[in-house]
Design a protein around this ligand. Sequence first.
Ligand code: SF4
Length: 459
Amino acid sequence: MKAHLITYGCQMNEYDTHLVESQLVSFGADLVGSVDEADFVLVNTCAVRGKPVDKVRSLLGELRKQKQQRPLVVGMMGCLAQLEEGQRIARKFEVDVLLGPGSLLDIGKALESNERFWSLQFKDELHGHIPPPPTGKLQAHLTIMRGCDHHCTYCIVPTTRGPQVSRHPDDILRELDSLLAAGVQEVTLLGQNVNAYGVDQGAKLAGYPSFADLLRLVGRSGVRRVKFTTSHPMNFTEDVAAAMAETPAVCEFVHLPVQSGSNRVLRRMAREYTREKYLSHIAEIKKHLPHVVLATDIIVGFPGETEEDFQETLSLYDEVGYDSAYMFIYSPRPGTPSYKHFQDLPRELKTERLQRLIVKQKEWSARKNAGKVGTIQELLLRGDAHDAGFLEGHTRGNHPTVVPKALGATGPGIYRARIEHATPHMLYGRLIGQDGQDLPELPRLNPEAAALSSPLQMA
Ligand code: SF4
């Protein structure tokens, strides 16, 4: 069998795709790079907003046309597959295989079945299962839990991914060892709400470590860099900030979604914290990590959001001073409490507010990035940038960065660089060292030439 997987959505989905691909290979399938080469196409779907759902619909339409011209098995997995909306779509486009986020390891049974195969139970199937490491990669995701026990009113995830289940710490450390053995240097711990690791009933009874202690364990494993996403302010303890400060491999980067700066809107979102509580977490983090790089998620135009509420989001942005942010207009999702109970705001109003927030974000990113000029940053360089002669990668603070290749530094790896130029979206530097070795001096960088080399980064 020749299999091709297409992935929409978040890093959890990317990880799940890798997991299913490794399963398919273990059952003798070949992974191919395009739909045209494949006789089995599996679409890993996202249901967090309307747009990714529309994309899946049009893709399945294309695949159905191909099915009418040649033998082709079509499958759907991920969050949309778990929803009635997704199952209606699957029936309409004659999808053969349907796997919910909790039934991924049923792919084997699906391959054995000669008829339509749908599996949507939430099974604790990951226990003891260690997918093979990605090959030739310096970075890797490492899932530490599944599901979520929060119930934010706009979010479909608790419905699609089920209740929170923390992964056995031995499985996490075994997978980490396999990643390190494969040359991975930066590991990102993944979960819908990583800070809640170990607090679900089963984990507590089994004596799993807290998230802060798991960070310490992972950070002392020999890995060069550790990051984690996504955090929930309700579960972000001061001990997590302390563990970050005392464990050098853990990067001083925190992505802490706030969603809104208005207590009234936070209550309607059922985020379970107030603006004041959120800011006290930020203060704790800054106390332990004075040079922390902060990022967040913000939903603009949540039902009922007034201009005054929105002004509170803008003022909170200034109070925290984020380096970057993912910003979205509210997208009503069937199956969520907010869809059922709240009236959506006009799209023009939501879009207009988003534009104002983007201006705010750009101002802060420009200011923060400008503050990096003249500093020495540790970079993980992934490889060639758009422009020949340049390498691209990111700092410990996730700043996208471009540098000219240097003598002895022509490929991926962890380097030191002096930052010489910055825009709101990119840092430009010059390599000065790698793994403790200094690199030969290079002529000063021409920012204009470099500025042409990289795409803008915006939510
Ligand atoms: S914390 Fe809230 S927004 Fe995040 S996955 Fe859970 S329910 Fe969704």
